[in-house]
Design a binder for this molecule. Structure first.
Ligand code: HAM
Length: 421
């Protein structure tokens, strides 16, 4: 029979890596608390329409990447490909806007997109992200970006990353710009790729996102969205830039940055790293001032970002994790079957004191167990051999200093009490 394997584009996170995930997640919890963001957990699957309405009928995600199925009673469901729409859905469903004028959330969890797998691109991947509802002021944009920057600073990544920002204006601005862009591209229509030809009709702004060299050259002489900003768009974007400068957060303006999801308005941004290869986006986000209303709620501005956890982990230097690898305080070696009840009882009492105890459940030799203790980088070993059993003692060895002593069994718990206090 063929062995089972994980599904293409999905990965197991084994113990050799899972502690790194846990450490990263603990820093996310810590940093989000520092900024006053609270955790939200939403279901893994949602109604299909939630995503087509918000992310956009014509987006890559909705046209080709969603895992969707028809459930009973003709409901059409989808494994979440992103979390902004589910969080906005929850915000509406629980009428959170009535409780407080602002709500700031963060989340950590798995997402699903049927993309072609490659380094840094999976079909099940994980994001942490934040979403802030209720403010249309630029200091909220600055806070969102500052949180991303703070977190990446913690992992000493700021010299490996670039922050790019842009404003795609309000819908009023985009309507004018869309017409001008179409007017400009019309004479070049035959030179466009198939996908851009399609986007010419459905969502011409997405053509700006094109990686096609020829299209990029054509676009160089095209109209700029900044020429179509309303007074408010211009002011808002200027304020965002001023506030980022005030915090010494370096950024570049990328007028071609439009992002592939339809809900964005005004500020959009991405943090990329050229150490990541072709999948270089570490995180992306922006303002979505109409999303809550599109999903049936009261008009409420919002802004957020999401970061790919796998991609961040690819960038973080191993050194950052070294001291976070879990190690046992004590490796307990019992060499006699008759000693097992005593060793189990000692382990139980020590664990109640909060110590981490590992023991060998396959009755290996002293040498093999010592090797295991060293491999796990245990701080102490406790050895219960034949003579210790006979005189109710236990040997305590400090693996760092190599010092060894014999202690009465009934005193061992007290001994560690003194050590840990
Ligand atoms: P996104 O740009 O689609 O935005 O995804 C955000 C990040 O998730 C990317 O920058 C990347 O690091 C990671 N990512 C995306 N797809 C994959 C994949 N297939 N494999 C591995 N990592 C991936 C959003 O999802 C928006 N909801 C962000 C947002 C929040 N905008 C406002 N609020």
């Amino acid at each position: 029979m063929k062995n089972f394997r994980s599904i293409k584009g999905t990965h197991d996170i084994l113990p050799e890596d899972s502690y790194k995930w846990r450490h990263l997640e603990s820093i996310v919890h810590q940093v989000c608390a520092q900024f006053g963001y609270q955790e939200i957990r939403t279901p893994i699957f949602e109604q299909n329409k939630l995503f087509s309405r918000s992310v956009g009928e014509d987006s890559d995600i909705v046209t080709k990447e969603m895992y969707s199925w028809e459930d009973k009673e003709n409901s059409f469901l989808t494994l979440r490909p992103e979390l902004t729409a589910p969080v906005a859905r929850a915000y509406n469903q629980h009428n959170l806007g009535n409780l407080s004028p602002i709500h700031r959330f963060y989340y950590i969890g798995p997402l699903f997109r049927r993309e072609r797998p490659q380094k840094g691109r999976q079909r099940q991947f994980h994001q942490f992200g934040i979403e802030a509802f209720g403010s249309n002021f630029a200091e909220q944009d600055a806070e969102i970006i500052a949180l991303a920057w703070h977190l990446l600073t913690h992992f000493r990544l700021t010299n490996k990353i670039d922050l790019q920002v842009n404003s795609i204006g309000t819908s009023e601005c985009r309507a004018g710009y869309r017409d001008a862009l179409k007017q400009f591209l019309k004479p070049h229509f035959d030179e466009l790729s198939e996908i851009s030809k399609r986007r010419f009709n459905t969502n011409p702004l997405r053509i700006l996102d094109s990686k096609n060299k020829k299209e990029q050259t054509i676009l160089k002489n095209g109209p700029r969205i900044s020429d179509y900003y309303t007074k408010d768009d211009k002011e808002h974007f200027n304020e965002v830039k001023t506030y980022l400068k005030a915090m010494n957060i370096p950024f570049t303006i990328n007028s071609g940055l439009v992002r592939g999801l339809d809900y964005y308005t005004k500020t959009v941004f991405e943090i990329t790293s050229n150490e990541l290869g072709s999948q270089d986006a570490l995180l992306g986000g922006g303002r979505y001032d109409s999303l809550v209303e599109t999903l049936g709620g009261k008009p409420t501005p919002g802004i957020g970002f999401a970061a790919g956890i796998e991609r961040i982990l690819l960038l973080i230097n191993e050194e950052n994790f070294k001291e976070h690898k879990p190690v046992p305080d004590i490796y307990l070696i019992c060499l006699e079957k008759e000693g097992i009840p005593a060793s189990l009882s000692i382990a139980k009492q020590l664990r109640l004191k909060g110590l981490n105890i590992v023991s060998d459940p396959i009755r290996r030799s002293m040498k093999a167990q010592m090797r295991d203790a060293n491999k796990l980088r245990a701080r102490y070993v406790l050895i219960l051999g034949e003579s210790e059993l006979n005189d109710n003692t236990i040997i305590l060895k400090n693996l760092e200093s190599g010092k060894q002593e014999s202690i009465k069994q009934e005193k061992i718990v007290k001994y560690f009490d003194n050590l840990t206090n």
